[in-house]
Design a binder for this molecule. Structure first.
Ligand code: NAP
Length: 314
């Protein structure tokens, strides 16, 4: 009898392991899910599914073909400088997950223009004070990192009457949205972004991009939403920009240090909305279909879907 197909799960987040084992048993019984370090016969492993793997672990798999990230980000894989050559790296690119990211962004944009964070503060102070609100059609939102998730966010925002611009490395063609691209067009894009949403991947070029210089190019009272990675943001620069009223507020889903330490000053800042990295949570149910398809493609010697360019870092 031929050996059963096999995927090895390598994750530092043990609490998710059970749900992945259960999902594979129910929805992909033709594939055995083995969990590192208890997996067997490593020379037969072609497919690794992982989050935050230990450094050097991939070297233990001589016939590896695919490293599949359990999230849309891949930094946790690329931090391994010993990544094997000629192995595909893929990220999550799932419609449900992207939709979750988009509804998160929409919720925050609507909350901001209807002053919800201000009313949360007023409630604590038992203060009854009506604030002036804006309508979506009068608000221009800039999406910095206009890729797969950014475009999904943009489409949902224009459906809800916001004006939307996107900025990426290369030009994009999305109906109803103006595409800005490259360094030369960044300033013009920023000048129009009353709300700036960051969904850039974390690379050498994008680390620390949300800094004082950038904030100074935004319109007065701009609002920042960072739902990409914590180290895109220079934290002291945000605190200064809020203090100086350059920015009117910020919503942060991601932090340099997660969970955000108890003594972090962000907790005390009424102008900062904090969510615990929940903009889009990948569930095995939502991505299993695409994983199975990639397994099939790899077995057929074909290129899998949703590969990333390791040399670019995203
Ligand atoms: N908070 C959460 O729960 C959560 C969940 C999922 C993902 N995320 C974050 O969201 C990020 C984006 O995911 P995605 O799937 O949308 O990635 P993606 O499809 O690769 O899109 C990235 C976009 O950023 C642009 N970009 C990259 N480097 C750039 C640079 N130096 N200058 C200008 N533009 C640049 C790319 O431009 P081109 O298109 O021109 O290449 C692309 O449009 C992930 O990396 C992850 O960090 C967060």
């Amino acid at each position: 009898m031929p050996a059963k197909d096999k995927v090895v799960l390598i994750s530092s987040y043990k609490k998710f392991t059970e749900s992945w084992i259960k999902a594979f048993k129910e929805k992909a019984p033709e594939i055995d899910l083995e969990v590192y370090p208890d997996d067997t016969m490593r020379e037969g492993t072609k497919f690794i599914l992982c989050y935050d793997p230990p450094k050097g672990v991939f070297q233990k798999y001589p016939n590896l073909r695919l490293i599949s990230s359990m999230t849309a980000g891949i930094n946790h894989i690329l931090k391994d400088s010993n990544l094997p050559q000629d192995v595909y790296v893929t990220k999550v690119n799932d419609p449900l997950h992207k939709y979750d990211m988009a509804t998160y962004a929409l919720t925050l944009c609507l909350g901001h223009i209807r002053n919800m964070p201000v009313y949360a503060t007023q409630k604590r102070m038992k203060e009854w004070k009506q604030q002036v609100y804006q309508r979506p059609e009068d608000v221009e939102v800039g999406i910095i990192g206009f890729g797969s998730i950014g475009q999904e966010i943009g489409k949902l925002l224009i459906k809800n009457d916001f004006k939307v611009n996107g900025w990426s490395r290369s030009s994009k063609d999305v109906e109803g949205i103006t595409s800005y691209f490259g360094r030369d067009q960044l300033d013009e894009f920023l000048q129009k972004s009353s709300i700036l949403i960051c969904v850039l991947p974390l690379t050498k070029e994008t680390q620390g991009v949300l800094n004082r210089d950038l904030f100074n190019k935004l319109p007065e009272d701009a609002y920042l939403i960072n739902m990409a990675r914590g180290t895109h943001l220079v934290e002291e620069d945000l605190e200064k920009a809020l203090k100086e009223k350059k920015l009117s507020g910020a919503a942060l889903d991601v932090f340099s240090d997660e969970p955000l330490p108890e003594n972090h000053s962000f907790w005390e800042d009424e102008k900062i909305t904090i969510t615990p990295h929940v903009a889009g949570i990948v569930t095995p149910e939502s991505v299993l279909t695409s994983l199975k398809e990639n397994y099939r493609l790899i077995n057929n010697g074909e290129k899998p879907n949703d590969t990333v360019d390791v040399s670019q870092g995203y």
